[in-house]
Design a protein around this ligand. Structure first.
Ligand SMILES: [Zn+2]
Length: 416
């Protein structure tokens, strides 16, 4: 019989906060944020500190060929597959102290707590630091968990270049973190990731814990509307083929469409370009991006149809040609019911207010979910702000997330 009651283990909130603040010193910015981009000297420094910390509590560190670091704490039954916890230590150029680092350092706090208590789990526990989650230096994001899950090949990843033409594979070698363990799917028991929400919902509802049941599907489009350039003074309104006015109608229609599929649908036009902009010329060609997200594929299909309809309608009256091209899609992710239940039970036992939710941003967990049972824990961040130097999560929320991670990991590390 598997025991389901929570353990008496308690993380140390102050020690967790100290390790977050110590890690944040590496790459700290004037505005209180963090610039520790992947495969830089600062990333190396952060990795070395991580290694010192986990080795000090008896863990062994393995590095795979993508530079993913895995710190392993043996289990009573070391032949069993590990319960894996973790996140990423790399940041955006104007990143904060919590995005990624919280998941890794809360994982460290879990290992320290088990170590201090002399607590033996049945399954081994492994703490992972994924390489290049952010994707700002080397696109795409979640590159190494993507290779691990088989979404990209290792050689595709090695060939990525940054703005200065530096190559991923060479930079990985230069910082000394190109390991020789193959980066490929492994039979882990599960993958649990604690992360800041990067959105406003938990804070607005006064909840400390988000039990994340899945990730939104994402679809990206490029839209082109072709009107006709003509004189702003002499072309009467009924004779105009104004591509920007049509684009404006599409943008407004998309906003309404997403609101009609509340609460999860979101639609964004983040880039727009007039081909030859001029103050006194009617815009002849307009290109814009569309980003649609929803946790269900069927609803994404409806949103996509809505986009096509909106473009056709906006262009019909003036008979303007248009083109809508889907350039990228990330399918919705459903997390594992057993992992979700373990997190829900841990949240309930912790006494913190919690709710179920889906993740808006992508995470390494969205790739690991393709291979092993996976779920995530969210904690609030101030004003929902992230990828910003002012990103902030209260110490008690960091502690709440780490405590839930500890209990969920301990529960899942029991042999069934
Ligand atoms: Zn992150």
């Amino acid at each position: 019989m598997t025991e389901t009651r929570p353990s008496n283990l308690q993380i140390d909130p102050q020690r967790l906060w100290d390790s977050l603040m110590t890690m944040a010193e590496i790459g700290k910015t004037a505005k209180g944020g963090c610039n520790r981009q992947t495969l830089t000297d600062l990333d190396r420094e952060g990795r070395l500190l991580f290694r010192r910390w986990v080795e000090a509590i008896g863990c062994t560190v393995q590095v795979d060929e993508m530079g993913n670091m895995m710190a392993r704490r043996p289990g009573k039954r070391d032949d069993l597959p590990p319960v894996v916890i973790g996140s990423h230590l790399d940041t955006q150029p104007t990143g904060g102290k919590f995005d990624g680092a919280l998941g890794v350092l809360a994982g460290l706090e879990v290992l320290r707590t088990l170590h201090d208590a002399g607590y033996e789990t049945d399954h081994p526990i492994m703490l992972v630091n994924w390489t290049n989650e952010e994707g700002s230096r080397f696109a795409p994001a979640m590159l190494s968990s993507g290779v691990w899950a088989g979404a990209f090949t290792r050689d595709f990843a090695y060939a990525r270049t940054d703005r200065d033409g530096k190559v991923f594979g060479e930079e990985l070698e230069r910082i000394g973190f190109k390991g020789d363990i193959p980066c490929q799917p492994q039979p882990w028991k599960c993958h649990l990731e604690l992360h800041i929400e990067q959105g406003p919902i938990l804070e607005a509802e006064g909840k400390s814990i988000g039990v994340v049941v899945g990730g939104q599907g994402i679809r990206w489009y490029d839209v082109v509307i072709t009107g006709k350039e003509s004189h702003a003074g002499s072309t009467p309104m009924p004779r105009r083929k104004d591509a920007l006015v049509a684009a404006a109608k599409v943008i407004t229609a998309l906003d309404a469409l997403a609101r009609a599929h509340a609460p999860y649908a979101v639609a964004t036009v983040g880039e727009i370009k007039i081909a030859k902009p001029s103050r006194n010329v009617i815009p002849g060609e307009v290109r814009f991006s569309v980003d649609l997200r929803h946790p269900e594929g069927a609803v994404l299909d409806q949103l996509e149809q809505g986009l096509h309809d909106a473009v056709s309608e906006a262009c019909a009256a003036a008979e303007m040609p248009s083109n809508v091209e889907r350039i990228w899609a990330f399918p919705p992710v459903a997390f594992d019911p057993v992992c979700i239940a373990a997190i829900r039970d841990a949240a309930q036992a912790s006494g913190h207010a919690w709710r179920e939710m889906v993740s808006g941003p992508g995470h390494d967990s969205c790739y690991t979910a393709r291979v092993v049972p996976t779920a995530m824990i969210f904690v609030p961040c101030r004003d929902g702000l992230s990828h910003n130097e002012e990103e902030w999560t209260e110490p008690e929320h960091c502690a709440a997330g780490a405590q839930v991670l500890l209990q969920a990991a301990v529960q899942l590390a029991r042999a069934s």
